[in-house]
Design a protein around this ligand. Structure first.
Ligand code: TXA
Ligand code: MG
Length: 327
């Protein structure tokens, strides 16, 4: 059984020692839990891929404690520094040219000349990076193809003994993975939407495009793969619930129809979750993966999901839902 260990100072030291020893550790961040290892140690990084059954073509994000540490591994021009100063520490991953002799394992980058870097806005994760003194490669702490884990319990359920040590610090505040922004091209390109929205990025950049809008062949290898898929079908932008379906609601359910009659409020607890009764998109993001897991049950024919407004972090929520529905 995996050990779920509350992040006391002693537990943080144990996590640091494990990272230094080339082991993998599940770590809390503000977005989702990560499965971390020393990014400079190829054997340690290989353990991440094995634990997740992650395809080797899919590169990892490297977590560092600040801009100065990032600059040891990637080239940061004026544009990159401006964005980093504005959004780090936070839920924004930057794709930048990898420095020659960066020392980052080729397995972590899937052999690419670019590197994904992020400074997490999380005290405990920061303490682990500083204590270990190395950049930490960390994908989301879930088996490949499953929704990202946002609680220690979900890490344990998804990875089992493949995540022997879980440094626990409650539910992830944001609940969705970071925004991935490619800064290796002339026009900054969002490869994966997240909590840092295009509108926010446009406050510091003249131009930002979303990859979905510009190309059919994603540059972010991970986005080519099946992802975030519950084991039962998902039906999006629903205005009614069919017989046998579970309902993932957002906001008021007053006008939701139920096949065969009845009210949403009469649905049994195991078939009903509301992402945010108040219609708050940040709260919905925080609850998304947990509630998707709650409703992912063989007894349900599908998960009917109500419409989520396509604004702000709603864009990232809808991207995750579309990919879950495709799976
Ligand atoms: O919030 C997050 O980003 C979490 C926490 C743990 O930091 N991590 C996370 O990692 O979501 P992961 O591995 O699940 O997703 C990383 C994404 C993948 O889609 C991957 O293909 C992409 O980033 N990526 C990594 N390196 C890249 C690169 N050099 N160029 C383009 N995309 C890259
Ligand atoms: Mg992931």
């Amino acid at each position: 059984m995996p050990r779920i260990v509350t992040a006391t100072p002693a537990a943080i030291l144990e996590a640091i020692a494990l990272i230094k020893a080339g082991e993998i550790v599940a770590l809390p961040t503000e977005t989702v839990y990560g499965l971390g290892a020393n990014a400079l140690d190829g054997d340690a990084v290989a353990k991440i891929f094995a634990a997740k059954s992650r395809p080797a073509v899919n590169p990892l994000i490297i977590h560092v404690c600040d801009i100065a540490m990032a600059q040891e591994y990637v080239e940061m021009d004026a544009r990159a520094l401006k964005v980093a100063h504005h959004f780090w520490a936070g839920a924004l991953t930057l794709i930048l040219p990898k420095k020659k002799n960066s020392g980052v394992s080729d397995l972590a980058t899937a052999g690419l000349e670019t590197l994904a870097v992020r400074v997490p806005n999380h005290k405990i994760m920061q303490a682990v990076i500083k204590g270990a003194g190395v950049p930490i490669a960390a994908p989301s702490a879930n088996s490949s193809g499953q929704p990202s884990a946002t609680t220690p319990k979900h890490v344990a359920e998804s990875l089992g003994d493949n995540a022997p040590f879980i440094l626990a610090d409650g539910a992830s505040a944001v609940g969705l993975e970071s925004t991935v922004l490619d800064l290796t091209c002339a026009v900054p390109t969002i490869l994966r939407p997240g909590a840092v929205t295009r509108e926010m990025l446009l406050e510091v950049l003249d131009e930002v495009v979303s990859e979905e809008a510009v190309s059919a062949a994603p540059k972010s290898p991970g986005l080519l793969l099946k992802h975030y898929a519950p084991s039962i079908p998902m039906r999006l932008r629903c205005v009614d619930v069919k017989r046998g379906e579970a309902l993932l609601a957002f906001g008021s359910t007053k006008f939701m129809g139920i096949e065969g009659g009845g009210h949403v409020k009469d649905l049994p607890e195991e078939r009903f979750r509301n992402l945010s009764e108040e219609g708050d998109l940040n709260q919905a993001a925080h609850n998304l993966f947990t509630m998707m897991r709650d409703l992912d049950h063989i007894n349900h024919s599908a998960i009917a999901v109500m419409n989520i407004p396509d604004i702000g972090i709603g864009i990232a929520i809808n991207e995750r839902l579309r990919r879950a529905a495709k799976g």
